[in-house]
Design a protein around this ligand. Sequence first.
Ligand SMILES: [Cu+2]
Length: 302
Amino acid sequence: MMNTISDTAARVDSAFLFITGISVALLVLVTALMLFFVFRYSRKRHPEPVEVEGNLTLEIVWTAIPSIIVLAMFYVGFTGFQFMRTPPGDAMTVKAVARMWSWVFEYENGAKSDVLKVPIGRPVKLAITSEDVLHGLFIPAFRVKEDAVPGMTTKLWFTANETGSYDLFCTEYCGQGHSAMITKTEVMKQEDFDKWYASYKAEGEESKGLQILTEKGCIGCHSTDGSKKIGPTLKGIWGRKEAVVTNGTEREITVDEEYLKKSLLEPNADIVKGYPAIMPPQKGALTEQEIGALVDYLKKLK
Ligand SMILES: [Cu+2]
């Protein structure tokens, strides 16, 4: 059964099946021979041992066959490795940036997304890096995985052959929010992808705040639809009464501009009750204008 979800998955699965098949065949052969010898040459059936002098033909055969098998496994593994390490020249490059605890994907036209969107049937090369610690980018369905290393660009590539949504997550323990560092690879029809790709430029100031939330990775931990993630949702945050813990004491605040700004720069000063104090401070990561745009956006996020 051929795995057709992606070219890389087909290569990896066939290599895996090939090696597993040989291993199973050898296991069966060795076990069967062992049982046969145990019965056939037991003391009861074969009381007089015989001295065997050697058998050149047998020795050549049992040296040559395993050598051929091992070289065949090497061949399958090595050509598969070469295939996976060599992106085709016409591959679409997408920059994948990891940070605690989310992914951002940047396209050649400047489009950014927290979900990896790719067109079907087109080779996609990911140029992967990290803004803070070691992360690992893994798309299990495509059988591709690569470390995200700060100060370094690593790569992987695949061609997805079936539309759908596939898990993409971090495989390097990167702190408390590690398990939430999960997103999707969306394989789209070419026309749907083109529509999304072209729409990026058309969006105006209106979506600036959402763009920052996506680019800075905020929505890895804070949803905009009311659902609970590792941090509180941002939906309806403006004017919300919130029980917070300040220096170990609980108090109630109303979310206003001052609170939002403070919570961006010193996120752990007033922690919303029931949530862990793990958000990295955004001092230096956000400009004054960006903070302004975020606050404007959150005011309207009902
Ligand atoms: Cu990570």
